[in-house]
Every structure is written in C-alpha cells, then in structure tokens.
Design a protein around this ligand. Structure first.
Ligand SMILES: [Ca+2]
Ligand SMILES: [Ca+2]
Ligand SMILES: [Ca+2]
Length: 556
C-alpha cells in the first residue's frame, strides 16, 4: 500500500504566446534540465514555438535542456510557427512557467511568439536531479520476465500460513509486523542463485488478498539476494519486489506508471511484468519492481546522494540510524507558503504531484495521503516523489478528478487532505505555480506512446493472466481485457480532461454548472451552489463548504 512521490529541480520561464507560436523559453540548469517553454492555452493556432537553445542563465546553472515548445496561444488564426501573430489575434494567455534544474537563475525571456513576448520565469530552486533516467537492470527489461524458485515443502506451507495469520492481526500489530524470511533457490534463465530468500510484502493489499481470496489469494513477495550477504547482488539488484494487488485487474499499473514517471524525470523505480514459478508450477503474474535503496538515491540524485530518504514522510530508508529529525520536524511543522518554501523543494514537488494528477493516482500524496517518499536534498529542501502507483490509470474508472481539488469526484471523501498539499491549495501563488506544473507535465505526456506501452504489455502478459491460478476469486473472463481497454482509453480521457481544465484556467471562461458564480475549473463542487471557494464554512455539516480542503474548520 505504500507508494512514492517525487520532484525535480526547476527554474521556470514563462512566456506569453500570442497570436501564433508559443514562445520558446530557454532555461538553464544542471541536474534536471529545464523545460523552459511557454504554454499558453487554446486557440486555433498551429504550432507551439520551437524549443530554444539552452542558455546559461546564471547561478550555477549549467547546460539545461532546451525548452519545451509552448502550446499554441489563444486566439488568432492559424499561422506558421514562428511567424508573428496576426494583428487581429486576441493575444495569448500567459504561458506557464517552464521547469529548469538546480541552480537555474532567472531564465531569459521566451523568444519568438507573437505580439507579446516572453516573460522571465521564476528562479530555480531545484535539486540535483539527473537529466536522463538511470539505466535499469536487464531483469527489468520490458518483457514478461520469468522468475522461478525452489522452496522446501515445509517452508512453502509456512509462508502460506503466515500469509493468512499475519493478515488477521489487529491494525496496530500488523503495521509493526516483520515478515519471516524463507530460503529459496532462485532461477533466472540458465542462472541460479542458491542463497536467495523470499518474504511476504504488502500492506492493505496483503490483507485484502487474504480476506477476500483466502488461501488462493496471491501472496506478494520480496526476493532478496542480499539477505545472507548485505553486499550481494544479482544482475545489479539486491531485492526484487513482486507486486500485484487484487485491485489491479490490468496487472500493469505499476509498470506503466513508473515507466512514464521515469521518462519525464520524476524519480521512479524500474518495473516490468514477471511470472513467478514455484517448485515447477506457475504461481502468478506480478509487476517486478526495483527496491528503493541507496543505489536508487544515488542514481536519481547523483550530486547529492547522502541525504535522508523518508517513506511516507516518517520512516527513514537511508541514514536509518541517524537521520536529521530536527529538519524533519521542521518539515512537518510547515503550515504556510513561506514555511513550505523554506524546507521543501516546491517546484519539483509540484511537478511530482502534477505527474500523479495526470496518472490519475488514487493513493499518493496527490489523490490520497500516504504513498510517497521525501528526499532531503539539503539546501534545496525535501522533494516529494510518489511510490506504489498500483492505484493509478483506470483506478476508480473515472478520469475527471479536478487537478487541484482531486477529492471533488469522490463521494463523501473524509480522509484528511495531506498537510503540504493543503498549503498549496490555500495559497493563490502556489496554486498558480502548481497549475503551471500540471501544464508542464501534460506537455510531457505522449498519450500514444503510453498507450503503446499498454498494448505491448497486454500482449506480453495476456496468456499468463489467463493461466494465473492466483487471480482474485472474483475475477471473470474479460475482466483483464476490459480493464486494459479502460486504462488505455483513460490515458487519453485524463489528458483531455486536464487539457480542458487548463484551458478554462487560462482563459477564465467556462460553464458554471451550479450557478454559484464560480466557473467549473475554479469550483471544487460545480454541482452544488452552496459549495465554492470563499463560501461561508458551515459548521457541523461534514462538508468543506469553502473549498480549502478542510471540513468544518474554525468550528467550535
Ligand atoms: Ca460553480
Ligand atoms: Ca473548509
Ligand atoms: Ca462545513
């Protein structure tokens, strides 16, 4: 159930796209290269501008990558990219700030564009992210991997018993529970590891499988190559997670979501599908996952790999014996925008949340509250990044969660909205910056490419899914195909919805469906005229009347 989150370095440049091409804004940085890039809205314009050359924008900025082309500006008639905007054009909306890497200073104005030129962006404050995604072990190559283990009959009986009995522990004991390790012989192709171990893994997904499917429920496992010798690795890997909650009928959410995050520079694990064979019999289909450890941190933060990594914001995963608790206290004490900026890498964290928004994640810091990591980069602060994305893509089956008020589309949502996210929700400047981050990540979402990944994975695993003896007991023929089709179409639906939302945000025009004077993209509930930003908070009704993310605040 835990999942991750993430971020990037950043120094944006905003450009105004006008009548024609979106202005291209350069950005400089080291680490995560900056995507400068104007991003205006709508209009019937043709091309966005072309990416500019990286510039050295001061600071310690190095060679940022070229800016992302701006989206077409508003108004005007179609013209060739790069040409001046038509005189009759309405002028472009303000572009969204681009993203640059660490150390970027004020970026230069966007070049090109129409009548209105580019505008300088925000100063960089990012971390030292890598420019390109790190390589993955070949054990995570994007095929259906085949892992097999030999385990003694006694140990196999023991782990299956543990699967049921531990799942029945009270909550307070389950969260503290340390699964047992069992020795196995691991086979991969013609190779053998004779001193591997397995243990159970999972949180709510473990308990759900045991509760609903009993002994036929699918155990999720860790395969450890480093249990005997902490330095041992196999194909560069210390541990492999085998993840497959019964709530993912596509069998691939983690694989696809992580692949996209990695491709856009959000720290994320290597993942692919794999079958597990136990003592010669197919056990099931999983997503095989990289273990988040110091190696992962080193790959994603190569210039700053000694910081504290906390899972869920509390559990130290690096420097486990001596993390900086004082700084963590400061992180959790943050309640204002100024607090946030002083301890959090806001630009990169907003980019991580925005990426989750596009992935339709139902269980991260965006879209939930607990599946995330924070990594302390030092001066530039903690950066969020997501984990455990198996509640993304087709999860919940609807794609119209408001990018800011994500809980708007969920009935009776009562869990607290995460603290640092709430600071953004309540601060106009941060909301605008986050909106810009959403636009940036949308510009990085190649729908056809992600759909092609889904098609590829589906073809690779469909036979194995049919043969899988540990599918949920409720699974019926066609569930897999329907879920995959929904995930596939959902990538487009989500992009379309967010695109429309950004257009509404940019133009500040759109329907006000409940007639409360607040257009849909500004309203957390556009189906209820008594709920809107700025509405009186009515005490005791268990409703967030004023759209600040808090129910009945300030009430006796
Ligand atoms: Ca409204
Ligand atoms: Ca409220
Ligand atoms: Ca209320």
């Amino acid at each position: 159930m835990t999942k991750l989150i993430l971020f990037v370095g950043f120094a944006g440049t905003a450009a105004f796209a006008s009548g024609c091409s979106g202005g291209a804004a350069p950005a400089a940085s080291r680490g995560q290269g900056g995507d400068g890039g104007a991003d205006a809205a709508v209009g019937n314009l043709a091309d966005g501008g072309t990416p500019s050359q990286p510039v050295d924008a001061g600071g310690t900025g190095g060679s940022g990558t070229a800016g992302v082309a701006g989206i077409a500006g508003i108004g005007g008639s179609p013209v060739d990219a790069g040409a001046d905007g038509p005189v009759t054009g309405v002028g472009g909306g303000a572009g969204m700030p681009g993203v640059a890497g660490a150390g970027g200073a004020i970026a230069a104005a966007g070049a090109g564009g129409g009548a209105v030129g580019g505008q300088g962006g925000m100063a960089g404050a990012g971390g030292s992210m890598v420019v390109t995604e790190p390589a993955c072990s070949d054990m995570f190559d994007q095929t259906l991997q085949a892992f097999s283990i030999d385990i003694s009959a006694d140990d196999w009986a023991a782990i299956q018993s543990e699967f049921i009995t531990a799942a029945q522990l009270p909550d307070s004991m389950f969260v503290q529970y340390e699964p047992a390790y069992y020795p196995v012989v691991f086979h991969y192709g013609s190779e053998t590891v004779s001193d591997a171990y397995i243990r159970l893994k999972g949180d709510s997904s473990w308990r759900e499988a045991a509760m609903y499917d009993g002994q036929s429920g699918k155990m999720q496992l860790k395969i450890a190559f480093d249990h005997v010798n902490s330095k041992s690795k196999f194909h560069g890997v210390d541990k492999i997670g085998l993840d497959m909650p019964r709530t993912d009928p596509t069998f691939m959410r983690e694989r696809i979501a992580n692949a996209w995050l990695r491709s856009i520079g959000v720290p994320a694990i290597c993942a692919t599908n794999a079958t597990l064979t136990v003592n010669g019999s197919l056990y099931g289909v999983f997503v095989a996952e990289e273990h988040v450890n110091h190696q992962f941190v080193t790959e994603w933060f190569p210039d700053n790999s000694s910081g504290d990594l906390f899972k869920g914001g509390w559990t130290p995963e690096t420097n486990t014996s001596n993390p900086n608790w004082t700084r963590l206290d400061t992180f959790w004490a943050a309640s204002t925008a100024a607090d946030l900026s002083s301890i959090v890498d806001v630009p990169n964290s907003l980019l991580a949340w925005a990426a989750e928004c596009l992935l339709n994640n139902g269980d991260g810091y965006w879209g939930g509250d607990h599946n995330f990591y924070i990594y302390d980069q030092g001066a530039s602060g903690y950066v969020f990044f997501p984990t455990d994305l198996d509640s993304s893509l087709d999860y919940l089956g609807q794609f119209t969660s408001d990018p800011i008020y994500w809980w708007s589309a969920r009935n009776q949502w009562l869990l607290p909205i995460p603290q640092h996210y709430l600071i953004m929700v309540g601060d106009p400047a941060l909301r605008a910056q986050y909106t810009q981050a959403v636009a940036t990540q949308l510009s990085r979402l190649n729908v056809a490419q992600v759909q092609s990944w889904i098609d590829t994975a589906s073809a690779q695993i469909s036979d194995a899914v049919v043969a899988d003896p540990h599918k949920p007991t409720s699974f019926i023929p066609g569930d897999f195909e329907r879920a995959v089709a929904l995930a596939r179409s959902g990538v487009q639906q989500r992009a379309d919805y967010v695109s429309g939302w950004l257009e509404c945000k940019s133009t500040q025009t759109g329907p006000d469906n409940d007639g409360d004077g607040v257009i849909w993209c500004n309203d957390c509930r556009d189906d209820n005229p008594s709920i809107y930003p700025g509405a009186p908070e009515i005490c005791g009704n268990q409703i967030d009347d004023n759209c600040n993310g808090v129910v009945d605040e300030g009430c006796p």
